[in-house]
Design a binder for this molecule. Structure first.
Ligand code: IDP
Ligand code: MG
Length: 134
């Protein structure tokens, strides 16, 4: 265990539905520190870079359209084991597979609009923070 940083995002569906406060509240109550935060409508270029690992998949173009189609809240989180813990707080990618109490269980029903993003490893966190907070 160690103090880590990760990249977290409230996706456009979460912003549109007024879930920013709820999500930030969960992070603050848990004890994670928000060390940077900005709201922006991302360009297609930044979203394509962010999701480069999914390029070529059937859902890629729809994913890029969706993420670049509205405001998101991008955050740098800091805390003990925060990379894995934020993923655990979000729940599984497919909301119907996520554990009760998680953000995706509580607030989402579909995989294409699943409210939140979190880096999946230390390597991804460093890469994504470099894209969004350079
Ligand atoms: P993650 O967001 O939990 O890391 P990834 O597998 O990295 O999940 O996929 C990135 C995002 O792409 C997901 O959060 C979801 O919004 C979208 N996605 C993943 N798989 C599908 C799919 O099969 N159909 C539509 N969208 C998908
Ligand atoms: Mg991912």
């Amino acid at each position: 265990m160690s103090i880590e940083r990760t990249f977290a995002m409230v996706k456009p569906d979460g912003v549109r539905r007024g879930l920013v406060g709820e999500i930030i509240s969960r992070l603050e109550k848990k004890g994670f520190k928000i060390v940077a935060l900005k709201m922006l409508t991302p360009t297609r270029e930044i979203v394509e870079e962010h999701y480069a690992e999914h390029k070529g998949k059937g859902f890629f173009n729809g994913l890029v359209d969706f993420l670049s189609g509205g405001a998101v809240v991008a955050m740098t989180l800091e805390g003990e084991n925060v990379i894995a813990e934020w993923r655990r707080m979000m729940g599984a990618t497919r909301p119907w597979e996520s554990a009760p109490g998680t953000i995706r269980f509580e607030f989402a029903t579909t995989v294409d609009e699943n409210v939140a993003h979190g880096s999946d490893s230390a390597e991804s966190a460093a890469r994504e923070l470099g894209i969004w907070f350079k």
